[in-house]
Write a protein that binds this ligand. Structure first.
Ligand SMILES: [Zn+2]
Length: 51
């Protein structure tokens, strides 16, 4: 059992959260940071946040 690790999911000041996205055009799944996220594969901004 691991007794540490609870602190790793805390968002720290000055760091943007990394979210999972999927591209609606080509289906690529990737991680994006910030607001202007675009697909690394086809450069499309037609992406959706996925969980
Ligand atoms: Zn794409």
């Amino acid at each position: 059992m691991c007794s540490v690790g609870d602190a790793f999911d805390i968002d720290m000041d000055g760091k943007l959260p990394v979210k999972d996205y999927s591209c609606k055009d080509c289906g690529t799944k990737f991680k994006g940071i910030g607001k202007n996220v675009k697909c690394p594969s086809c450069q499309s901004k037609n992406v959706a946040e996925s969980k």
